[in-house]
Design a protein around this ligand. Sequence first.
Ligand SMILES: Cc1ncc(COP(=O)(O)O)c(C=O)c1O
Length: 388
Amino acid sequence: MTAEHEATRLIRAGNARRELPRTVGPPIQRGSTVLVDRAADLYDERKPTYGRAGLAAQEALMSALSELESASAVRLFPSGLAALTGAILAVVQAGDEVLVTDAVYKPTRRFCDRVLARFGVRTRYFAPDAAPDEVMSLASPATRLVVLESPGSLTFEMQDVPAIARLARHHGILTLIDNTWGAGLIFKPLAHGVDLSVQALTKYVGGHSDVFMGSAAAAAPAMVEALDRAILDFGWAVSPDEAYLMLRGLRTLPTRMERCGSSSLQLAAWLAQQPEVARVLHPALPGAPGHDIWRRDYVGTAGLFAIELRPAPGPAVDAFLDALTHFGLGFSWGGFESLALNADPQFEVRSRKPAFAGPIVRLNVGLEDPGDLITDLRRGLDAFAGAH
Ligand SMILES: Cc1ncc(COP(=O)(O)O)c(C=O)c1O
């Protein structure tokens, strides 16, 4: 037998099959190609034959998220927005109508108004704090889906999710929630009758502001099939490295959320006493809008909330934000670091502008010492008061 050339030997070198030692995390298995043992396995649909649907790390993450969401299955998407748009696309068709909360994450709204409209799906918006029967009064025979986001991630209106889900199901209408604030941990949408529980894992599950991913969880086999079909047809995939990072974040989710939540409540209670603050929008704060629903349905709180400042011109809000040193200025949330932003420019797209007399500042409370964060906020409020 002639010896093979080095170029040929190097293709297979190091590829001997071996049992992997067990580690705490799953192996990061990189693979588009999946090798099968026999020709008969190539078209065996019961076994993985291609890597796009995910290998060891993605499977471990989906399984862990199913546990978190009390779901029969969870599917992964390349970002939170992709999970929202993907789950919507999985269940609508031309001629359908979708009812969406007016406080929905702005890019989700853009998708509805631009993409869904282009494919013959009409979107109508309902007030984020509308009572369940007000929401359902908008439904028509064409209504296929109600899209919820509770609390709204800028103005923190709470929706009566169990009641809306119950009424919708009674009318044969599906419900989907953006549950990024609840993270599948402090609120379990599927247990409250919601059909599709979606979250941006980018926020609390990832927890470190360095990786994008989204998930859609479902209980009913028909919903899981719909998600699978959409994933197959559109070709969404997530990398094993990022799935690994998400799983690592998930391990500490309860501990981080507990700390972010309790610090945020401490800050919220303090802010409510400050003369420059007109109102605190934090569902877990007694007396705040939506608190009764939060107390009934949630087992904890996230660290994201907002304040309404006393009426003041824009530069005073900028002075507040620019004086902060522990709060970074940025759009995301759910990470270990505190963040702040002025929310008003994002209200322009809404069907009805929220009725606030003063400017809204959103705060993401991270893992810093809450006393230091309060000192920082006082500095910001002093700058705000001094600027008008
Ligand atoms: C409420 C909400 N949903 C979804 C998303 C989208 O997540 P991603 O950035 O992973 O697409 C965000 C991001 O800011 C968000 O705030």
